[in-house]
Design a protein around this ligand. Structure first.
Ligand code: TGC
Ligand code: FAD
Length: 392
């Protein structure tokens, strides 16, 4: 990939809305991405390899559990800092951001929020330091948008639980040390269980041949009569609302993250438009190219305002599931549109790995599907404004 010349767009002086701490966190993450992610990521994506060596650096910048209290190894930051980190990391690559979203919001968050003190002390510091990698098993082969139908289940055997079933499309699975797994008890109630690598009957086959998120490892979680110690059940919340609560946190991070990918594509196209000469002048001087750039920066600015406001609401614990859905859907949609326009602006060069645009575009095809598809989020908004449930 060409060297990383990224200049962050800030058309409405939004930095003035950020605290000194936010800017420090944002800049430190940006510097780390330029130094550690940009030089290697295209190569790893081309080879479909997970850049495992980035885990320690991600831990050092605080990207594993940014908002988890420091006593458990987290960074103890607010939600806007968390969002800015995800923006900067996804500016580098959505797959690397995925690793952080899963670790922070889908593994550390449920252990912190639904776990007991022993579970917090046992797992959170190791997850924060990157010594442990976590995964989150909700989706099953026959239950994606409708996770409440899951068939993975456990039986109470007296001194342990016996877990059976399979999860599919699980980020980090092939390398995970621990998995937060959602399964039904004998009454059909959903609970979270912490499953550890090495437990007999637990395997994590990798999913190959992806055209998207190639630098993120995806796989299955398979449970064949796995004996799970009783102390590994998350005791403080059960029901489908427990995993859905984790999704609120991860979707919030994605709303910021996808914007990072959009900003990178805009910045690349803007620079290219000033350098590429056709018909005797820079292509940025043609009205059709200016229209694309003007529309991109308008959409980026609107989305930046939306995620910033959502961050304020989240800090005040007032952000609703539906507000988060709207932001996740909007950021991913505008990012995909911007990628497609930016790729065209680069002409033939846009399809090569010399530039990040095509990789972002392919990555975003997963981001628009996971954590609730584009249409599922539309229906969540529809349900919120009408009070009528289109799912049932
Ligand atoms: P529904 O009847 O609406 O709700 C069931 C129960 O949950 C409660 N609830 C929530 N609780 C806390 N937080 C939330 N956000 C909640 N949303 C709902 C609700 O009150 C109810 O409670 P109770 O006590 O009445 O039982 O559920 P439904 O079955 O109708 O489904 C609704 C729907 C479709 C919106 C939901 O299932 C959904 O969001 N589906 C999309 C599935 C999804 O997003 N999967 C993501 C898997 S993880 C992933 O993709 C990780 S990618 C990571 C990466 O690499 O970055
Ligand atoms: P389906 O639910 O089968 O949907 C197919 C289509 O039908 C979609 O367009 C959908 O919008 C539409 N549809 C479904 N229901 C309705 C409806 N009621 N009305 C209108 N349209 C509808 N899951 C995890 O648990 N953990 C992970 O770490 C994880 N990581 C992932 C990583 C990647 C790379 C990918 C691709 C997925 C990952 N997922 C993960 C799974 C992801 O959350 C699901 O793919 C997603 O929720 C959609 O489920 P599905 O693929 O089964 O599609």
């Amino acid at each position: 990939m060409a060297s990383d010349l990224f200049q962050s767009p800030d058309y409405y002086n939004l930095d003035e809305l950020l605290s000194e701490e936010h800017i420090l966190v944002r800049n430190a993450t940006r510097d780390w991405v330029k130094k550690s992610v940009s030089p290697i990521i295209e190569d790893y994506a081309q080879r479909a390899e997970f850049p495992k060596q980035l885990l320690s650096g991600l831990a050092e910048v605080g990207a594993f559990g940014p908002y988890i209290p420091e006593e458990y190894g987290g960074a103890g930051l607010d939600q806007i800092s968390y969002g800015l980190m995800m923006q900067e990391i996804e500016r580098g690559d959505s797959g690397v951001r995925s690793t952080c979203s899963v670790q922070s919001s889908l593994v550390m968050y449920p252990i912190y929020t639904y776990g007991n003190e022993e579970q917090r002390k046992k797992y959170l510091p190791k997850l924060a330091s990157g010594e442990f990698l976590g995964s989150f098993g909700l989706t099953e082969p026959n239950f994606g948008s409708n996770p409440g139908g899951m068939i993975t289940n456990f039986k109470d055997m007296g001194d342990h639980y016996l877990l059976n079933g399979a999860k599919m499309w699980i980020s980090n699975a092939p390398y995970c040390d621990v998995a937060v797994v959602w399964a039904k008890d004998e009454t059909g109630r959903i609970h979270g269980l912490i499953v550890e690598r090495g437990m007999e009957g637990f395997t994590t086959p990798e999913t190959h041949n992806k055209w998207s998120l190639r630098a993120s490892a995806t796989g299955e979680l398979v449970f064949d009569n796995v004996k799970v110690p009783k102390e590994n059940l998350l005791p403080n919340k059960s029901g489908l609302g427990a995993p859905l609560g984790c999704l609120d946190s991860a979707r919030y991070g994605i709303a910021w993250g996808a914007l990072g990918a959009a900003m990178d594509c805009y910045d690349t196209a803007l620079r290219y438009s000033k350098e590429r000469i056709q018909f005797g002048k820079p292509i940025g001087g043609f009205q059709l190219q200016q229209k694309k750039l003007a529309e991109m920066i308008t959409e980026i600015t609107k989305a930046q305002l939306m995620v910033w406001r959502l961050g304020v609401l989240k800090n005040e614990k007032k952000a609703t599931t539906a507000q988060i859905s709207m932001a996740k859907r909007n950021s991913v949609e505008i990012a995909l549109n911007i990628c497609r326009e930016a790729r065209q602006m680069l002409g033939g060069m846009g399809i090569t790995g010399e530039y990040s645009i095509m990789r972002h575009m392919m990555n975003l095809e997963s981001v628009v599907t996971y954590e609730g598809t584009h249409d599922i989020h539309l229906l969540i908004t529809g349900m919120d404004v009408t009070g009528l449930n289109a799912f049932k």
